[in-house]
Design a protein around this ligand. Structure first.
Ligand SMILES: C[S@@+](CC[C@H](N)C(=O)[O-])C[C@H]1O[C@@H](n2cnc3c(N)ncnc32)[C@H](O)[C@@H]1O
Length: 316
């Protein structure tokens, strides 16, 4: 089997590898295994080791194929960013040479209509990355109008959040909202068609997904855990797709990279270093168009956890 050509196309793969420069015997942590695109490139590029996690149980069969192919050099755990400490305890390691995060939804999640991430085709309104907990349909059925508007505004950067929340609440009084297309059409009907280029449900779907999967808190925990376990000189490489995530990553790197309190500096950051996909990559893989890669290197200093509030973020 060709490990690189099935399923999800890894974004900014060459650029991530250029940042990491994999070396023999080093240990890398792929925090968003997905289809294993980054992991396989690392393992093929050098005789290194990869520890991979993903919170989605559906990637476990893919991980099994990797275990067969790469043996002891590869280990997978179904875990979240917030549980990286558990993995470090299980593998009995204190340090990792570099961490990679490729946050967001995979093509497998987006294209499987039963997962409810896409508004393009009909599917149950689910959107749970780890397949447990509250579904998007349950959230939509019970959330207060004001809270829903705040979620859509805060996590979706959607200026029409109040109007959208009002329409959803009016609709649910008459009929239960259970499918992706039902929700997408309610949002679409809030706007005259000449006013939008992207589907008007794009930002609301993004917001509900980020809220439901606790993605901002998870991202902050992931960055903290990476900084905690990185070896001196090791890199955090992180690819993100939405402005709210990129803002958090940028603030975290700023906090750790040029804090006025020098005792709090734990990173060497690359000033304004954002890597974007080439026009050729966007042509081959249109889903890459909003991707941004940032990376930073761990310095010698002691690390203490950074809170979301220190980065100017709060919960909705
Ligand atoms: C964009 S995909 C990664 C694709 C992968 N780089 C590849 O090349 O195949 C993102 C993956 O991260 C996982 N994920 C997102 N948030 C997570 C979290 N907080 N903890 C663990 N996994 C997470 C998702 O389930 C998804 O499989």
């Amino acid at each position: 089997m060709n490990f690189e050509e099935t399923g999800h196309k890894p974004v900014l793969l060459k650029e991530v590898m250029n940042a990491i420069k994999p070396k023999e015997n080093e240990i890398y942590f792929d925090a968003t295994f997905g289809n294993g695109g980054y992991t396989s490139k690392l393992l093929e590029a050098s005789n290194c080791n990869v520890i991979a996690i993903d919170q989605d149980p559906s990637v476990q069969s893919r991980a099994k194929e990797f275990e067969k192919r790469y043996g002891e050099r590869f280990k997978f755990f179904k875990e979240k960013f917030s549980g990286i400490q558990n993995v470090m305890e299980k593998i009995q390691k204190k340090e990792i040479n570099s961490f990679i995060f490729d946050i967001g939804v995979s093509s497998m999640q987006l294209d499987n209509l039963n997962r409810g991430f896409s508004f393009q085709k009909e599917g149950p309104l689910d959107m749970r990355m780890n397949l447990s907990g509250k579904t998007a349909a349950e959230l939509i059925a019970n959330v207060k109008e004001d809270d829903l508007a705040n979620i859509i505004y805060y996590y979706g950067d959607e200026n029409n959040s109040r109007k959208i929340a009002r329409r959803i609440v009016e609709y649910r009084k008459r009929s239960k909202i259970t499918t992706t297309t039902e929700l997408a059409n309610i949002i679409k009907n809030c706007f005259p068609s000449k006013y939008y280029k992207k589907h008007p449900a794009t930002k609301t779907f993004q917001a509900i997904r980020i809220y439901l999967n606790n993605e901002i808190e998870e991202l902050c925990d992931g960055l903290n855990n990476a900084a905690r376990y990185l070896s001196r000189g090791g890199k955090i490489c992180i690819v993100s797709f939405h402005s709210i995530e990129d803002r958090l990553i940028k603030k975290f790197f700023q906090f750790g990279g040029d804090n006025r309190d020098l005792n709090k500096n734990f990173l060497i950051k690359y000033r304004n270093k954002v890597v974007k996909p080439s026009s050729r990559e966007i042509q081959i893989n249109p889903r890459s168009r909003s991707a941004k890669l940032r990376f930073a290197t761990r310095n010698q200093n002691k690390f203490t956890s950074v809170k979301l509030s220190e980065l100017g973020f709060e919960q909705a």
